[in-house]
Design a protein around this ligand. Structure first.
Ligand code: SF4
Length: 116
């Protein structure tokens, strides 16, 4: 199974992500972690992102999504996965990067990828 990281930056404005340098984090993910590709998006839970997920997501890829709290992601990303016809329970792993530093977020994303 392929692995992909779809990271949501919450418009680069969420107070809970103020300690994350998304430029550094995305480049470290790209360069240092074992995955097939990564994508950075400012608002994965909005309508245009759901359209993107509908076009992008497919079976045979495991999606790790660094974003807000896991329970919140489950509700907010559900429609995009549904529209793509991809099962969240078998193809998706959320990672909460709320209230994390760049280093903490990187380590949690690394762990999630290793667990796939
Ligand atoms: S999915 Fe979560 S992190 Fe992304 S924009 Fe929506 S609330 Fe913010």
């Amino acid at each position: 199974m392929k692995k992909a990281v779809l990271m949501c930056t919450c418009s680069f404005a969420c107070p809970s992500m103020k300690d994350i340098d998304f430029g550094e984090l995305s480049e470290r993910i790209r360069m240092e972690l074992p995955k097939d590709y990564m994508l950075l998006h400012p608002r994965l839970c909005e309508e245009d992102a759901e359209q993107m997920l509908e076009d992008l997501l497919k079976e045979g890829v495991y999606y790790v999504t660094p974003a807000c709290k896991e329970e919140k992601q489950k509700k907010l990303l559900r429609d995009g996965f549904e529209r793509a016809g991809v099962q969240m329970n078998s193809n998706w792993k959320p990672v909460s990067i709320s209230f994390k530093t760049t280093d903490q977020a990187f380590e949690d994303i690394k762990t999630a990828l290793e667990e796939v």
